[in-house]
Ligand binder design. Sequence first.
Ligand code: NAP
Length: 311
Amino acid sequence: MMKEFDVVIIGAGPGGMTSALYASRANLSVVMLDRGLYGGQMNNTAAIENYTGFKSVMGPDLAKDMYKSSTQFGAKYAYGVVESIEDHGRYKIVHTDSGDYQATVVIIATGSKNRKLGIPGENEYAGKGVSYCAVCDGNFFRNKKVIVVGGGNSAISEGLYLSHLVAQVVVIHRRDQLRADKVYQKRAFANPKMKFVWNSNVTKINGDGKKVTGVEVRNKKTGKTSHLTTDGIFIYIGNVPMTSAFKNLKITDAKGWIKSNDQMETRIPGIYAIGDVRENQLRQIATAVGDGGIAGQNAYEYIQSLNDSKN
Ligand code: NAP
């Protein structure tokens, strides 16, 4: 049976939850659909220090607080893997693996997922030493040696988090300079447990069949390949958009990020896109929350304008 709401929000990360808060507070019926736990990437983030109002907060804790706040005016949260959206002008149908939804407004807030290295051993040892989440898996490596791949904010902030648990963190980066914010760089370079391997790519993950034992690393400048022993490897090399379900709508750029304007409108009236899934320079909790507020408010304005045009 088709479930009907004024607004269907796809994705319950910080952006989606903020849209839910704004739209439900404006008395619209709202459901947030998610394929997993609400909170999105906040669940994989240790300390968040750049969200106003908190000196430092654990990602999963902030996710819980946002969820409580976003559902206080009646917004619902439901499980569903969205397969496609059909645009029928004044209404949209959202197809999921657990039923269909009809809505006047759809807000896409699906975010992005971890980019993979795509090297031998990565899939084979996933969960056996290969991880994309320090908060989830760091504890398994207490007093052991781990490698972090990448040079962005995720790699360095999660490397710093890991340094409180493990004996050593070796950061392997493909250039000779980090992309991460200076505040993280300063802390990482001053951290005695953190070491850096520059200008290098991890080309293979080795193991004994049960767990990771080491990696092969190729220095881009010398061409030399070396073997580093490790108990675990945390991969933080950026993200790719989660937009495969929306291909038919032709709202993405060549790389798959959704194009939405400063009102969060896509080219299709009634379909908005917010947060990390947008074609955007800055991907932060603060920007996702800002986008979410705009889309939630615009959902109300859009529905009002449709109602006015009927009268
Ligand atoms: P990112 O900023 O895109 O950085 C990805 C890093 O991985 C870069 O250093 C990049 O190298 C490297 N890389 C990319 N592809 C690679 C490959 N195939 N092999 C090896 N290395 C590769 O991604 P992110 O760190 O996950 O951050 C994503 C977004 O979230 C960013 O906007 C970031 O600012 C934000 N974020 C913010 C915070 C914070 O403010 N506290 C924390 C986490 C994330 P190059 O440098 O050579 O390109």
